[in-house]
Design a binder for this molecule. Sequence first.
Ligand code: KG4
Ligand code: ZN
Length: 342
Amino acid sequence: MTTQNTYILGIESSCDDTSAAVICNGRVLSNIVANQEIHAKYGGVVPELASRAHQQHIVPVVQQSIEQAGITKEDLHAISFTRGPGLMGSLLVGTSFAKSLALGLDIPLIDVNHMQGHILAHFIKEENTKIPPFPFVCLTISGGHTQIVRVTDYFTFEVLGETIDDAVGEAFDKSAKILGLPYPGGPLVDKYAQLGNPKKFSFTKPKVGDLDFSFSGLKTGILYFIQRNLKENPKFIEENLYDICASIQHTIVEILIEKLKNTVKKTGIKHVAIAGGVSANSEIRKRLQLAQKHWGWTTYIPKFEYTTDNAAMIAITGYLKYKSKIYADISVKAQARLTVSE
Ligand code: KG4
Ligand code: ZN
């Protein structure tokens, strides 16, 4: 007997990346991401420009994902899309496109919570990648979120702790901006940090609850530190760029690891995953790998292409919902604000 192939299309348009992916029985056949370069010169995402760029990209990106998967749109079993959280103008493009395609093909429409998508990316079937057992804890770190979530099954998420102000991605991006690096600066801080001394400069770590985070004080601390040093030496940044980046990154990763240690202690759960754009960071990935050896945790680190925003994570969530017949009504609305448990 042959098993039937289930093809799910995923569409992601919550922020500044337009992405479409096709998944077959949990395996990724295509995952196309069109980045929007236009925002770099403004030093951050401009919502109106993001929405317009999504409108330009969505048709070719979806078409390419279907072609690259080697199927036709008539082969699809369901269309999944990001309902939120994100920028309303951006979400609306993906939501309306997904609705019309599902209606036109007369197949189920499946709404996906972007934050659940980041976490459920761990269930994409890949060679040499282990899948977390339930329950596990996940540190979701992105440009908009920083949370520790307990995951008890595919559809049950409980926030154990989160940031009370900035997200960790913002801490990376704002530090990069202070250093004069282009947006989004996180990946550049990571790149330069690899060439510097992480112990050269030290920054004060925030004092917040056991499993909560705060990054706004750190950002101000870094700003004052740079301003003070620039007064004495106008070339301070260029002469110390690698060491500054390494020291900032080290401080941030220390904070994240400390919170994960608290989480394991509090929950007794030793299956620890990371997700979201900042989980692409080389130091957090390295530290989590070491945690397996040092503390007996089993850690789950997503493949690089499933860390930053992508539609494969939306398609895998769509696939899991499809198998449980959890469909959306055509009247479903995009939601800019949405918690991970909604
Ligand atoms: O998940 P994501 O693509 O979008 C949101 O949902 O926010 O995350 C984007 C964030 C940005 O702040 C970006 O600077 C950060 O992830 N990021 C990194 C790295 N790669 C992306 N931060 C530190 N190191 C990296 N290698
Ligand atoms: Zn994201």
